[in-house]
Write a protein of this length. Structure first.
Length: 209
């Protein structure tokens, strides 16, 4: 597909996603508790896709994926600065839920809305054929991108990162924990992640950007 045609297809689909209101108008369960603001960031040329969970409150306000402390940690893991991170030619972003889902009773974010992935994910991946590495950030993204190859839990899945990365599939997938401060305890209990996974993550990203 010519580059101009590919970019037009990405722009058209992203405009559809931004206009989406299914979680408010045709919800699976309770409607979204506020006005939707989908936050996709697709790319016709990016080789790395950050597949996250759903926007938080700061991302809902700014419209930029990972525009918060979680993003700071993720960028540090990846070894890129903010300018590179938001360069559409280098990185695409496709969360499992496009809108901030609201908070639970404990102040944490609710799971990604169930409407988004069935409606948009296959189409979104189809317009981004350059992607050859998916960073599956968090359990929902790992379940979608790995299917039966996902472990019984996030820790088990991330621990099998070498096996998962070596699968003969396209695109390759690297499972990561969510970089939220809520996972700081998990990171302290599993020092192998920063000692082993982070250097490989930086190498893979550097090769593609």
């Amino acid at each position: 597909m010519p580059e101009e045609t590919a970019e037009a297809a990405v722009a058209a689909l992203e405009a559809e996603i931004v206009a989406c209101r299914i979680c408010r108008d045709r919800p699976l369960g309770r409607p979204l508790p506020h006005e939707p603001r989908p936050v996709p960031r697709l790319s016709a040329t990016a080789r790395v896709l950050v597949a996250g969970q759903a926007p938080g409150t700061r991302v809902h306000a700014s419209g930029l994926p990972f525009d918060d402390a979680s993003g700071d940690r993720l960028r540090a893991w990846m070894g890129v600065d903010r300018a590179a991170f938001y360069d559409r030619a280098r990185f695409a972003f496709l969360p499992m839920g496009f809108c901030f889902p609201g908070n639970d009773a404990h102040g944490g974010d609710l799971p990604p809305r169930r409407e988004c992935a069935p409606a948009w994910r296959v189409r979104s991946m189809a317009v981004m054929p350059a992607v050859d590495l998916v960073l599956a950030v968090g359990r929902p993204a790992q379940l979608w991108h790995l299917g039966r190859d996902a472990g019984a839990g996030l820790g088990e899945t991330v621990a099998r990162w070498r096996e998962i990365l070596a699968r003969p599939v396209h695109p390759r997938v690297l499972p990561l924990p969510h970089p939220s401060w809520r996972n700081s305890g998990w990171l302290k209990r599993h020092p192998w992640f920063e000692a082993e996974v982070v250097p490989e993550l930086r190498r893979l990203v550097a090769e593609r950007s």
